[in-house]
Write a new protein. Sequence first.
Length: 755
Amino acid sequence: MALILADDDLPPTGGETSHSDVAGALVAGGSVLALSSILLARNPNLFWNDDYELSILPVFADVARSWSEGHLPLLSPYSWICGNLAGEFQYGTFSAFVNAAVVLIWKLPLTFSQQAAALSMSHLFFFGMGGYLLARGRGLAAPYSTMVALVAAANGWVICWGASDWFGALAALTWLPWAWWGLERAFAPQRGPWRFVWPAPFVYLLVTGGFPYTVLMLGLLCGWLALQSLFQTRALSSILPAAAGTLLGAGLSSPAWLALFDYLRGSARALQEKAEHLQWIVPPAALPGFLLPSWTVDWADFSTRLMPHTGVELACGLVPPVALLAGIIAGRHLLVRQIKWDLALLGLVLIISMLPSANVFRWSFRWLPFIHLVLALCAAKALQYFALRPADGSARRRMVFGPGGAAVGLVGLTAGAMYLKRHAWPTDWPSHWPLTLGTLALACLWAAAEALPPRFRKFQAWVPAGITFGALLATYLCIPTNVGVPRYNLDQQLTEPEPLDPQRLYLSAYPEAEHAYRDAKNAGPIGQVVRPGSTSMWGSVRLINGYSPIRPAGVARDFDVAIHGELAQWSREHLLAWEAGPEGKLAALGVDGIVVAQELDIAPDPESEWELVHSSNEGRVYHRRGRPLPRIQSVTSDASLPNEQFAAASVELIEDSRNRVVADVAVPAGELPARITFSRPYFRGYRAKFGPRALPVTSYRGLAPAVEIPAGAQGRLVLRYQPTWLRAGGAVALLCAGICVAGLAMALRPSRADA
C-alpha cells in the first residue's frame, strides 16, 4: 500500500491541539449529526422510546420549569416516588451541560419526539468531537480520527440504547473520550506542572452525567493508564498529575455522588439481592457481529430468556475489526508493540462484557461503548501503519492483501457461516440480506479504492471514514434500532392537567406499563388519565407514582412500587380498601384523588368518602368529597405515635415551593405541643426553623415530614430542604472549581520562552 497521508493530515508535533484540530473535531461531530439526521428523517421517533417517554422527558420538562421558577431542581412536587431528582442521579441534576441543554431545548416549540432528538443529538455531537480529539492527541491522522469519532459516538450500543432509551448513559459516555484525552495530557510531562487540570472538567461532566457504569469505566481507564505510566517511567511521580486531576473532577461532582449515596440508604436498590445477573451479557458466539451486525445468535434478555438477537449493539462500521486484524497480520510484532497496552485493555473489557454482573452494574453488555472506543483507536493506529509503510507491489496486490481485501474476505466468510449454521437464514433472510449484501458491497468499494494510483492518496485516506459512515447507516436502516423495548403513544395533551386537578394529590393504580400500554396494544394515545411513570410532571399534576430504578426508602418501599411506577397488586388493593378512609394512611399523606385504570376492577372505600368525577376508556378518577386536603396541616393524633396527643394549631400557608414551605403557626396555650405534617415525601435533609429557633424534623411513618411546635408558641415556620450532602458537596465543589480555574489560567499562560 502506498504512502497516502499528506503532512497536513498529521497532528502538529508535540501533540498540541491546533485550530485545524478544533475545526476537524467540529466536522467529526457534524458527521455524527449527519448520520443521526438521516436516520431521524426516516424515523421521527428514533430517539423516542421506553424510558425516554415515561421518565427522561417528563422529568426534564420539570427541570426546565424549575429553572424558570428560579429554583435548583433538587426536588419535584409532582411525584413522590421520583420526587428527589438529585438522588435519582440519572437526570444529571448537577451537570452543567445537561441542564444547559435542557433549558435551551425547552425554550423551543418542539414536540416530545423532537425534544428527545435534540437532547440526544446535542450529546452525540460532542461525543464525536471528543473521539476525534482523543485520536488526534495520540498522533493519528485526521481521516482516521474522524473514523474514531464515528465509531465512538454512533456505534450500535450508543444508538440503540444510550441515545434512544437510557439517556443517563449517553450523558455520561459523551465525556468518556474527553476524559481520556485530558488524562493523557496530564500524563505528558512536557505540558508543565499545571497539566493536572485537563481531566478535571471532563471527569466532572462524566460523573454528573448519571450513569454508574461509566464511572466504573473511568476508574478502570485511570488505573490502566496509571499502570502503563508506571511500567514505562518506573516513577510513581508520573501518575500524580493525572491522579490530582481525577480527584479534582470527583470533587467538582461531589454533590452528585453524595446525593446518590444518601438516597440509596434504605432503598429497594440497596436492599435487593446481590445475585449474579445473566441478562444482556455478550455471548462469545455473537462476536462476528462486530463484522456483520446481522449475525444472529441467542442472547439472554431482561427476563433471562435466550432469544434470537442480532448483533446490532456490536455495530461499529465494519472498518475497526477488519483494520485491526489486517494490521496485526501484516504488521506482525511491529504494530502489536505499538498498541500492546490498548490491545490488552480491549481484551480485558471484552472479557468483562461476557461475564455475569450484579446489582447496579448488571447487564454487562453496557461495557460495549468502551469496547468500541478502544477498538476504534487500535484500528486507527493499524490504518495509519498501512498508510505510512512503503508501497508493496501492484494495484491488484494492494487490493487483495490490504484492509479492503481483508474486509471482502471476512464479510464473505461471515455471511457464509450465517447461512451454513442457520444463525439468520433461512427464516430471517428477508430482513437481513440487504445489510449483508450492502456490507459486502462497501467492502468491495474499500478494496477497489486501495488499488487507485498515488494521485488519489488523500481520497484513499478518507475512504475508511466513509466506509464506516456507510456501514453504520446501512445497519440502522436495515435493522431496527428499537431492540425489544416498548414504545408508548403519548400525546402532547399530557402537558395539560385535565381531567385531573392540579390542587389535589393523586394515587394512580394501573397495571405494568410496559405490557399494558405499549403501542402494540394501544393504537390511540394513552396516559391522559393514569399518567404512568413520571408523566404527571408534564402537566404539573401531583402524583404519588413515578419512575424510579432506585425506589427510595419511604413511599416507594412502603407502597411496594415497581420501577415504572405501578403498585403491586396486594398494595393497591390494600390501600384502596383499608387506607382510603378519612382516618387512613392516604388521608394522612394528603391523598385526595384516586385514579384507577380501566383494566383494574377496584374502587376506593368507603363509597361515602369518594365520588366518581371522570370515566373514560383509559380509567376512572375519584375525588375525596369536599375541598382538596391542605398541603400542611395540624394533626391531633398520629397513627405512628399511638400514645401521643397534640394540640390543634392554627396554620396559614404562605409558600409551598419545591425546596421550601413557609407557614404561620399559632399553638394554643396549654401542655400539648402541636404536630405539623406536610403533604410531600420525606427525605433526609429537611431542616425546620420556627422563628430563630431550629426544630427537629421527624416523619409520619418515614413517609412525610413532620415538625412538633411547643405549646403556646406563635410565629413563622420554615421547612427547607438543605441536606448535609448538598452543603458539604457544594463546598468541596467550589474549592475544586477555584483550583481548576487557577490551574487552567496558569496552564494557558504563555511561558517566558514563548514571550
